[in-house]
Design a protein around this ligand. Structure first.
Ligand code: NAG
Ligand code: NAG
Ligand code: NAG
Ligand code: NAG
Length: 280
């Protein structure tokens, strides 16, 4: 189903700039972890924004979205500046699909159909540098190193930046769609059969009972993994291997967290930040 997302032809959505900038959105209450939160729309009028990543240096929210051109599936990476709804597009990445953020070293990585690129976030107007070519990138994750999933074999690779090479991570032998490492260095993978955890230093795949077909995995600032699904946002109970729904929101394509650990998610057309509190 996730695979179908990238290859299926989807409806064209007309992008009027007025659609982005309409700030007249009603306050909506959403329960997150059983506490009321309000809905702050960061951008809208987008086509399936996903792979959200937050740049803590410039307070920018990066995302990828679908920009179908002339019957051909295409993707594009953009970012939203603080308090601006109209995104800026990262022009130099062809078919930009995947994003990963290294907030410690202030580097953003972009993955597209022609390889991986990076850009320094502290240097104003830094150009986009090519890192490795050839790979068609499906998804990326950064923790101490850049991990990426190669399309369409869905294999995990780890980037060796000094050598400008990438090494196939053979210990992940299954076809995967998402990969993340949490604050305890435990790995999460999604496969055609569901969500699995591989505990640090072990090989065993621990299956989680509950929903399958996750659309996103993100780790919050405290190291806790969150999972985006068609039915809502989930967290994993690592003691009894069950999934707990923490917010009932439809079609969660992407998740990330800002500097204050507020959750930001995307659905079919918009990107939303949830802030604690009730509507006035
Ligand atoms: C960066 O780019 C912006 C927009 O093009 C420009 O206004 C600004 O002067 C540039 N800054 C530097 C340091 O070049
Ligand atoms: C570069 O790759 C080679 C071959 O895989 C490896 O032996 C070497 O340690 C790598 N060098 C660095 C600096 O990582
Ligand atoms: C856990 O992961 C870290 C980082 O990958 C590693 O340095 C450490 O040795 C691991 N611990 C075990 C018990 O495998
Ligand atoms: C996780 O599962 C254990 C064992 O069933 C339970 O005691 C604990 O309350 C659960 N934690 C959460 C956050 O639901």
């Amino acid at each position: 189903m996730v695979l179908a997302m990238k290859i299926t032809i989807v409806c064209v959505v007309l992008l009027f700039s007025s659609a982005y900038s309409d700030k007249e959105t009603k306050c909506e209450e959403v329960m997150l972890h059983n506490k009321p939160h309000t809905n702050h729309v960061l951008s809208k009028g987008l086509n399936r924004p996903h792979q959200l990543a937050f740049d803590k240096h410039n307070q920018r929210l990066f995302f990828s979205h679908n920009v179908r051109r002339h019957d051909e599936e295409a993707f594009e990476i953009g970012y939203i500046e603080k308090d601006k709804m109209i995104p800026t597009i990262v022009q130099s990445v062809k078919n930009g699909y995947a994003i990963a953020m290294d907030n410690k070293d202030a580097i953003v990585y972009y993955g597209g159909s022609n390889g991986i690129y990076k850009q320094h976030l502290k240097e104003e107007n830094d150009t986009v540098h090519e890192v490795v070519k050839v790979y068609n990138v499906w998804n990326m994750f950064f923790k101490n190193a850049l991990y990426f999933i190669k399309y369409s074999l869905q294999q995990l690779y780890k980037l060796d930046e000094k050598n400008k090479t990438a090494e196939h991570q053979k210990y992940i032998h299954e076809k995967i769609y998402h990969f993340a490492i949490d604050g305890h260095n435990d790995m999460f993978i999604t496969t055609d059969t569901g969500l699995f955890m591989i505990k640090n230093g072990t090989q065993e795949r621990i299956a989680f009972t509950g929903p399958k077909n996750f659309l996103a995995i993100a780790i919050n600032n405290e190291g806790v993994a969150y999972f985006g699904h068609n039915d809502g946002i989930y967290t994993a109970n690592k003691s009894d291997h069950t999934l707990n729904i923490v917010a009932n929101i439809k079609h969660v394509f992407g998740i990330t967290f800002d500097s204050d650990d507020h959750i930001i998610y995307s659905d079919y057309h918009k990107i939303v930040k949830l802030l604690p509190g009730k509507c006035k």
